[in-house]
Design a protein around this ligand. Structure first.
Ligand code: FES
Length: 173
């Protein structure tokens, strides 16, 4: 898709206008606007970042550097269900390596990969700020705490049986 053909929907434009109105400077709305773009297009392609830059009247380099800094801003497409398993210390000590192994075996993919049917993307991530409830994982925007191997198996089965979620990374799960 070219930058000429990539456009925000009217609803997304309205959201961005509301966000911009909350701040004294347009640039302050950059990260929330990147989230709007991510929800709109599923991930942040270069064209999507250019669109954000144009929308906020910011240098493209500014938008690129911000988008590439944050791992929660996706720079590549993901499956309908984006499974992010924390592998940092607290979660590791509470069994995240077992969770990752279950996910790898169940989905048949490695971290960073997407299943052939486009349903799941598996990712190892750093701290999800839920260390007190380790091990933690996230599916799209929803957190799962104190995850047991059994709970993960059940979660994967239930997600696999659900209809493919929307291209923007799907609904919360
Ligand atoms: S180490 Fe996993 S949530 Fe903090």
């Amino acid at each position: 898709m070219t930058s000429e053909s990539l456009q925000f929907s009217a609803a997304a434009k309205q959201r961005i206008a509301t966000l911009v109105g909350r701040y004294p400077e347009r640039r302050a709305a950059l990260i929330p606007t990147l989230y709007v773009a991510q929800e709109e297009f599923g991930w942040l392609s270069r064209d999507a970042m250019r669109l954000v830059a144009a929308e906020l009247d910011l240098p493209e380099s500014w938008v690129f550097s911000t988008a590439t800094f944050y791992t929660m801003l996706r720079k590549s497409p993901v499956g309908a269900w984006h499974l992010q398993i924390c592998t940092n210390v607290s979660c590791y000590l509470r069994g995240s390596d077992t969770l990752m192994q279950i996910a790898r075996e169940t989905l048949g993919i490695e971290p960073g990969e997407t299943t052939a049917d486009g349903k799941f993307t598996l990712q190892a991530v750093e701290c999800l700020a839920a260390c007190g409830n380790a091990p933690a994982l996230q599916v799209n925007k929803k957190d799962h705490f104190d995850v047991t191997p059994e709970a993960l198996r059940e979660l994967l089965i239930s997600l696999r049986d659900e209809p493919a979620a929307a291209a923007n990374g799907g609904e919360d799960a």
